[in-house]
Design a protein around this ligand. Structure first.
Ligand code: SF4
Length: 375
């Protein structure tokens, strides 16, 4: 197939779903760890095409959703400073911290700007030498190379008024944490195609072996996702646990080596907090060596700030696949995209927002995981 329409072809999708139904003999729970895949699954009703034995769980795959509350609070504190121009991708502006969001800080007079690349923020720094330009560097391994490049360029070009608030997280340690949890119910994974385009898939091999779970690198269109599920179910039914690559049109085993080399130069691997999940060892990036001079947390003295998560929001359970969004008592009532209580309702890739947009009239019982199967 050459064109994106072909990956959304209804007949091909239905044929793939029938292939899954033909080989499925028992219940299986499969988790995607990518907000883009979650959005496609809910938008196109992919889960509703599947046999009732297959349950799709939506893991911590939305980078906006897993950014911890205290990082949002730090962003609010830095953005409120008069000397700062705070730059971010647009979806971070509505993520609630404990005392508002970046939009509310902007409404009070702070200089908060939406950019489309960290290099746009770097240009702002060059053009405004009298201001401090801070970029909110959020994301998985997909956005890390561009953010590493911005810091590398700032250092090479000696731009002292540029810094980054880093909140980078890594997928394999999150999969390991999910599989190690006592309440884990995931038996197979769809790995995110864009993450593996950068990182390759060699780091998933030990996970598949140690936990005996199939991991299928998968794309984002409906036919991609259904084929990823098919490859995963084939392995589950045959008792195999291997890493396979559905997204071969983009992903190579070794990934993008130059991008990995740049990340290794600028970042070091550290423990990171995941919103609703808690701290996961070796699950994120921090600046290292001479690049720590561009660390906004240190520059603005917010590194020691800590805050507890909102107890009403159960996004942590949603992100671990333990509950579906409709099982949250606040879903669609006190928590909506207009008035989000938690980050999974803010981002368009968040599971709560996707269910609200496409499934808000459906009842909890249809997708209850507590029942262990669909009703
Ligand atoms: S519906 Fe809102 S409060 Fe409930 S888990 Fe989702 S984001 Fe949190």
């Amino acid at each position: 197939m050459k064109f994106v329409d072909e990956y959304r072809d209804q007949a091909k999708a239905e044929a793939m779903a029938q292939s899954i139904a033909r080989i499925t003999t028992k219940p299986w729970s499969i988790m995607e760890v990518c907000g883009g895949q979650t959005h496609s699954i809910v938008k196109y009703g992919i889960d509703e095409l599947l046999p009732k034995e297959i349950t799709l769980l939506h893991g911590p795959g939305c980078p906006v959703c897993v950014t911890p509350l205290e990082l949002i609070d730090k962003a609010l504190q830095i953005a409120a400073r008069p000397e700062v121009i705070f730059c971010s991708f647009g979806d971070m502006l509505r993520v609630p911290g404990s005392g508002g969001d970046l939009f509310s800080v902007k409404a009070k007079g702070a200089d908060v700007r939406i950019v489309y690349s960290p290099l746009d923020a770097l240009k702002l720094a060059r053009d405004n030498p009298g201001r401090q330009i801070v970029f909110f560097a959020v994301g998985f391994e997909t956005t890390a190379p561009a953010n590493a490049m911005a810091v590398f360029q700032a250092h090479a070009q000696k731009i002292p008024n540029f810094s980054v608030l880093v909140s980078h997280v890594l997928v394999p340690p999150a999969i390991e944490a999910i599989l190690s949890a006592p309440d884990n119910r995931t038996q197979g994974f769809l790995a995110a195609g864009h993450v593996c385009t950068v990182m390759g898939f060699e780091e998933y091999l030990p996970l598949a072996k140690r936990f005996h779970v199939p991991i299928v690198v998968t794309g984002f269109e409906p036919v991609d996702i259904l084929q990823g599920i098919l490859l995963c179910v084939e392995q589950l039914e045959q008792g195999r646990a291997e890493v396979t690559n559905q997204y071969a049109r983009s992903v190579q085993r070794e990934g993008n080596r130059p991008a990995q080399a740049l990340m290794a130069k600028v970042f070091r691997v550290v423990a990171r907090k995941w919103r609703g999940v808690g701290e996961i060892p070796n699950s994120g990036f921090a600046l290292q060596g001479e690049f720590t001079a561009y660390d906004a947390e240190a520059r603005f003295g917010v590194a020691g700030y800590h805050v507890d998560e909102d107890s009403e929001c159960i996004a942590g359970q949603v992100l671990r696949g333990v509950k579906k969004p409709q099982e949250c008592p606040a879903f669609g009532k006190r928590c909506t995209p207009d008035r989000p209580l938690g980050a999974t309702m803010v981002s368009s890739e968040g599971a709560c927002a996707a269910y609200y947009q496409y499934r808000r009239h459906q009842q909890t019982s249809q997708t209850s995981l507590a029942a262990g199967k669909r009703s």
